[in-house]
Design a protein around this ligand. Sequence first.
Ligand SMILES: *Cc1c(COP(=O)(O)O)cnc(C)c1O
Length: 376
Amino acid sequence: MRAEARIDLDAIRDNIAAIRARVGSAAVMSVVKSNAYGHGMVPSARAARAGGATWLGTAVVEEALALRAAGDTGRLLTWLWAPGDAFEDAVRADVDISVSGAWALREVVAAARAAERPARVHLKADTGLGRNGCTPADWPALVDAALKAQADGTVEVVGLWSHFACADEPGHPSVPAQLGEFVAMLAHAEGRGVTPEVRHMANSPATLLLPDTHFDLVRVGLAGYGLSPVPEVGGPADFGLRPAMTLAANLAGVKRVPAGHGVSYGHAWIAPAETNLALIPTGYADGIPRHASNVGPVLVAGRRRTIVGRVAMDQFVVDLGDDEASAGDEAILFGPGDRGEPTAEDWAAAIGTISYEIVTRIGARVPRIHTGTGAS
Ligand SMILES: *Cc1c(COP(=O)(O)O)cnc(C)c1O
């Protein structure tokens, strides 16, 4: 083993079950986009299903089709489309499709005709995120066009939905503003005759902190992988969650160097005294942020230590002082934290990002080793 990401599928299953228990009658969608935030999409999706996720969500259609190819037959929504995407494949594969505007509705209708079956669509409202979704001004026209397609038998409008900009900032005024806009856009669509099976808005932070936003379905990504979307409010354990990913590497060497010895490119660190240096065989090509140079935390030889010098493409160095270690000893970059190792949140804090980015960026060269529910 050079480096590996160990994924505890039981943790994913249990996190989804814990989220289910908090949201009452709302259903849970496990968001498995981007290789399940780096955790491995297919096994993570299976574990989430085992925990009670009746829906899965992906950003792009290729992800949804890969889940179908792997045998997933449950409800599945995909939301990020560009013209020319595989709408017809999605309809044939029984994937629910998000529609944010007129061009997407046209493509869905054409796909449904070609596939000779109606497409299930979720109309997406931009209630203030300013990204995807239909603005309030364009909503009446989109709703009417979708209802016409439904009357023609090409689509079934099964969902109405939106997405928050600032749900992770408790008290942010945009949260009630977006919620109010969503309620108004729902009322308009329902007044025109839409009878949605699911209305949904909540992401992980809203699911954990804002019960008023749960509606019929919550869409959880990060929380399902056991990380807190609101670290200033609480850590994973405060929400009954357990981090699923442990990133480990075996030392590729340990050596004694004299005072004044430089380390890695640019000599961004110079040994102040004679010391033992451990070489970790993983680098920015594996998703270790180069910004972690001189600041990233790692558990080596029983203690938390800090990266010294620059993170290179394939390797970085940790200073052990006078402590001993040997090539082949295990280093833990992050994990749940209960063995003294840093967490993904610690890495995020060290380099000024969010834990979402830390786990999602782990590269394809790092094998995912799955244990527990659904591991094959
Ligand atoms: C990624 C994503 C989610 C999940 O967000 P988390 O904060 O990870 O729970 C939910 N909805 C949409 C539209 C997304 O793109």
